[in-house]
Design a protein. Structure first.
Length: 200
């Protein structure tokens, strides 16, 4: 991704603050953030990324129907969809004063149509880098490579897939509404949008 743009620099505090879903002021999140602290910021990013990727599986991979939304939900339940996992990764990194935002892409569903996929962007050496802690499986392999973006689903433009531009300081309100409505992972996946709705 590009170097930090001026509007991001002017608003960098928005990429550091806690929110009701990026709840690094929760005791469980703060404890985990302490556990991933490294000797350098880049080491902390790597450790946090690998923690969320490996120790908190994607809900579909885990076969779990409970719906996580907040960072602390993911810790409590032990799993989460990509959107909840991105909330946890943002919370861990923001706890260490590392600017972290949210990005989205449209990916094709196996059964047809599209679904939104969410991940993070983090500042590494003055640049936004996309990091996707969705979790590895037999179809997904993502590793920490700070010199380039790391996506679980590189978009196939010929199939109509695309990355939506921008690094948002907050998760999509529309996605949060779907997660909060639940009542289970299967229902959430059906209700997730295929495009990024306008922020409200």
């Amino acid at each position: 991704m590009n170097r930090l743009e001026s509007h991001h620099l002017d608003n960098i505090g928005a990429y550091l603050r806690p929110t009701d879903v990026i709840d690094y002021d929760d005791h469980s999140v703060a404890l985990l953030a302490g556990a991933v602290e490294g000797d350098t910021k880049q080491d902390t990013i790597r450790r946090a990324f690998e923690m969320v990727r490996d120790q908190y599986p994607h809900s579909c991979d885990a076969g779990s129907e409970e719906v996580a939304c907040t960072a602390s939900d993911v810790i409590r339940l032990g799993h989460g969809l990509c959107f909840a996992k991105s909330n946890l990764l943002a919370a861990l990194l923001r706890y260490h004063h590392i600017p972290t935002g949210f990005c989205y892409e449209r990916v094709r569903r196996d059964e047809g149509g599209f679904v939104l996929h969410g991940y993070n962007a983090v500042v590494i050496d003055g640049q936004w880098r996309k990091i996707d802690a969705r979790g590895n499986n037999d179809r997904v392999r993502v590793y920490f490579t700070p010199a380039r973006d790391m996506l679980a689903y590189p978009p196939d433009a010929s199939a109509g897939e695309m990355e939506f531009p921008g690094v948002y300081p907050d998760p999509s309100p529309a996605v949060l509404r779907v997660l909060r409505a639940g009542p289970d992972v299967s229902s959430v996946i059906i209700k997730l949008p295929g495009d990024l709705p306008p922020y409200d």
